[in-house]
Design a protein around this ligand. Structure first.
Ligand code: HOZ
Length: 426
């Protein structure tokens, strides 16, 4: 019998490129057939055929309170009744701006946009205008959305499908982007020396979470801060994933390094499409209408998205979500490590709070080259083994797992058991 998902896959493939609206969802590297989701609640999702999964994708991090949290749904409903979109300033924009600036003290001023891609793209334009320079430094495997200057040796779906630098990006644009291995401060120093007064900005995910998950070495971020300051370049943190997740003030709070600009997204939209970018006032004041840098959007500051985001953030603070996520994450780690130990395979487990990743490779893994040592076939078998046991991890080795505050101890225990069995089959 054909499943409803299979029918939808067939129809989608006729009318949507690859059958999906974002490439990682296509299951290409894990085999098997993707499923269509019908609904979600808490840590669970159900596909259109009624199969239930414990979900560790959580809308790629946006659903930090789990799916359809009552408070957020109610806030969206209340906002919707008052109007869906105006294209006129609304009070929630001020509330959101104040909250972001309070929780992330490196940000004096902030602009709301509709996606992380828009946020990073706008940071780059702003940095170029502010410094009067064209080149940027990024890091191999760090993914900053799909704007032209940033699709060079990038992570996420581009990496998953073996094309980390996209076709369609003019050579002249790509030549302005220098991509370096993560965690190599010496190379950054040398690149600055070679490009005297040429680098506008260094952009990075302070905690790279789009090529699996790995961490900055001690002093790497502070070395970048120093190099940028010495050379008159801006330091841009892409905290689309880590912002308000790894700590209230994001990765910059944990590592104590202050970027000039920060890109945000996911959590601040509570599951609706949102991004934001902000930073030092003198840089942000370059934006139109005060300054010469143009940036705009019909749906920017959309009341539904901001109602969802503000409610999610306030709820996180109310329940001390960061402490809770660390506790759930620690429990997850305990089960995962025990299952990995018994499986006696080469697996490197990384976790920070509610972010985690199993690399099917020996550690240490500190950069993209390390992540790429992973046995992708083994990952695919592990993914399928977990999926058939009702556990949904991201369908790519080069993504990160997301735990929400809705994952219960029973969910984690069940996940641990499924992981143990799936690893046992490899
Ligand atoms: N680029 C996202 C993961 N890092 C995937 C977005 C999606 O497929 O929704």
């Amino acid at each position: 019998m054909t499943s409803r998902s299979s029918e939808l896959v067939a129809r989608a493939q006729k009318r949507i490129p690859g059958g999906v609206n974002s490439p990682v969802r296509a299951f290409r590297n894990v085999g098997g057939e993707l499923f269509f989701v019908a609904r979600g609640e808490g840590a669970r999702i159900w596909d259109v055929d009624g199969n239930e999964y414990i979900d560790y994708v959580g809308s790629w991090g946006a659903a930090i309170l789990g799916h359809a949290p009552k408070v957020v749904v109610e806030a969206v409903r209340d906002a919707a009744i008052r109007g869906l979109s105006f294209g006129i300033p609304n009070p929630l924009e001020v509330e959101m701006a104040e909250l972001i600036c309070e929780w992330m003290p490196s940000i004096d001023k902030v602009r709301m946009v509709n996606s992380g891609t828009e946020a990073t793209m706008s940071c780059i334009r702003l940095a170029r205008a502010f410094t009067g320079r064209d080149k940027i430094i990024k890091f191999d495997g760090c993914y900053h959305g799909h704007a032209d200057p940033l699709l060079v040796k990038t992570g996420s779906g581009a990496l998953t499908h073996g094309r980390p630098s996209s076709a369609g990006v003019p050579r002249a644009f790509a030549d302005l982007t220098i991509s370096l291995p993560f965690n190599n401060a010496d190379l950054v120093r040398k690149t600055f020396q070679k490009n005297k007064n040429g680098i506008a900005a260094v952009i990075l995910e302070a905690i790279p979470a789009n090529a699996g998950l790995y961490f900055p070495r001690e002093n790497f971020l502070s070395a970048l801060r120093e190099e940028c300051t010495t050379n008159g370049a801006l330091l841009i943190f892409d905290e689309v994933i880590t912002g308000f997740r790894v700590a209230r003030g994001g990765a910059q709070e944990i590592y104590g390094v202050k970027p000039d600009l920060t890109a945000l997204g996911k959590i601040i939209g509570g599951g609706l499409p949102v991004g934001a970018f902000g930073g030092r006032a003198e840089i942000m004041d370059q934006l139109s209408p005060d300054g010469p840098v143009y940036q705009a959007g019909t749906l920017s500051g959309n009341p539904l998205a901001l109602a969802a985001g503000l409610t999610q953030l306030r709820e996180l603070a109310r329940i001390n979500g960061w402490k809770l996520l660390e506790e759930i994450g620690a429990q997850f780690e305990e089960f995962a490590q025990a299952a990995i130990k018994d499986a006696t395979l080469n697996i490197t487990f990384h976790r920070l709070g509610s972010l985690f990743c199993l690399f099917f490779a020996e550690g240490p893994i500190v950069d993209l080259a390390g992540a790429q040592r992973s046995d992708l076939k083994m990952f695919a078998r592990f993914f399928q083994g977990c999926l058939k046991r009702g556990i949904y991890f991201a369908p790519s080795q080069f993504e990160t797992g997301f735990i929400s505050t809705a994952h219960t101890p029973e969910d984690i225990e069940r996940t641990g058991a499924a992981m143990r069995e799936a690893l046992g089959e490899l």
